[in-house]
Ligand binder design. Sequence first.
Ligand code: HEM
Ligand code: CU
Length: 598
Amino acid sequence: MSATVETHEAHAHSHEHHHEKESFVSKYVFSQDHKMISKQFLTTAIFMGIIAMMLSVFFRLQLAWPGESFEILNYFLGDRWAPDGVLDRNMYLSLVTIHGTIMVFFVLTGGLSGTFSNLLIPLQIGARDMASGFLNMLSYWFFLVSSVIMVSSLFVETGAAGGGWTIYPPLSALPQAMPSSGLGMTLWLVSMALFIASSLLGSLNYIVTILNLRTKGMKMTRLPLTIWAFLVTAILGVLSFPVLFAAVLLLIMDRSMGTAFYLSDIYVAGEALDPVGGSPILYEHLFWFLGHPEVYIVLLPALGISSEVIATNSRKPIFGYRAMIGSIMAIGFLSFIVWGHHMFMSGMSPFLGSVFVFTTLLIAIPSAVKAFNYITTIWKGNLVFTPAMLFSIGLVSTFVTGGLTGIILADSALDINVHDTYFVVAHFHIVMGLSAIFGMFAGVYHWFPKMFGRMMNSKLGYAHFWMTIVGGYGVFFPMHFVGLAGAPRRYYQYTDYPMFDGVYDLNVLVTTFAIFAAAAQAIFLFNFFWSIYRGQKASQNPWKSNTLEWTTPVEHIHGNWPGAIPVVHRWPYDYSKPGKELDYVPQNVPLTDGEEEH
Ligand code: HEM
Ligand SMILES: [Cu+2]
């Protein structure tokens, strides 16, 4: 261990040498400092989030008031895609697709892991920086370039990809299938290939850094749960994203090189296509082998962040620390053997289906362990309701409510009834969309002082939280009933089907809440950017927290600590320890004589 510490010191010196020469470009643009890269990921993800949210409001307008004219649609989409303010039906599909893609990959995968793994891994394990600053920088630049390509695909003549965020073939494999199967789809594929490269570069760095660069005394069993969550998340990414990469490469080959991995006997306009013999089902297997772990790649960091925030603001040791680590690992493992629950309707053998039902339902166990651990940590705590704490409690709420409908969807016999309806959309938005975004907000409010040296305004934070949780449930709760009424997802309008007359009022309700929830995010944006420049100056440890990041100076410096890196003597959850003067004991404070570890 001490050898590692020495190399760290040497590392710090080399930083100090070229500190003077640092130009604007090397400091803010091509930075190799994990704290700056973390801010780059966050601001890019916020920008992408604004776009994705606007797209969802655009298509929700059409769903609630089909065929009506909206000036704003024409303003943003132009005469080609919203003539007379009415959304074009091809563009409708593109908006749904790009909304989902951006939210899942660019906001919640890149934005959440990229921001908080980068910020917290070196700071919480006591390292000077990531294992490779250069690869870390590359990871951000791949992310930025892929974001730009994904957004620019909205502006091509044929429209952005329109096959849904899962881009199943043949819509994705046959450029002639529909207009948005053309250039827009190609750009989607290129963007995702770059995104995956970014994610792999990041994840490998996170894993190596956590395993190798921990400071003296930072045993694996003293790691904060955030770091455990980031570690397992990175492992999931490394094991599953390459499979999506392969799927995307094969799609590119089917599109432009005449192969037929995914194309079975297909006729286009009465003419049989050359390439035959492949199977779109193969694509579904490859996609969901990533797709399901992806849910946890998004959720685990959010759950890790909320563990940290809840323990700190309950002023209590986290309940069941080892059980939490065990459930993070169990969830990670199980997430790889459940992908078939997305394919119950693909003609799979009912026996195989029942295997996937079983493995899927098993995930309820570690998930319930986590939920109970949060609740028992809060139980009889000395609660401090910061905005971060509210968002973390909100996460526990959405994780449970969304998880319950997951039990219905996991049962193949029940799932058949609601497959591809709005019930599914409601389920995944609550359990994954809301929980993950709540975790992300919790993280931003909690670590903002660390990132920018200032505090966010908490009154605005409270307004943001209450409007977001009311808006979030307002959008996604009624959607369950739209789904139970049988309304399929990805339909442009339902007026031709009298049996769906009953869902109109609900659709108006949902869209109204969506606009309300979107407005709430304006409060956040204002608070965020205003506080960077005008927020109250932060003290070194504003939440009285135990973890190492709060032992660094407020002003960011290269190498994180001005002198030697701290040595760790205890776990991160020594809150309200009996016999102590203060209600927290930071990790770098040595045990006193006869003190038990915990
Ligand atoms: C955390 C934020 C969100 C995430 C992660 C997210 C994710 C997604 C995903 C993955 C899809 C599926 C796209 C597809 O099936 O091709 C989707 C579709 C959709 N989203 Fe979101 N979304 C978020 C926020 C919202 C909001 C705020 C609204 C409400 C305005 C919304 C409304 C919809 C609707 C109506 C669909 C269409 C579903 C369909 O027809 O298949 N989403 N979203
Ligand atoms: Cu799944």
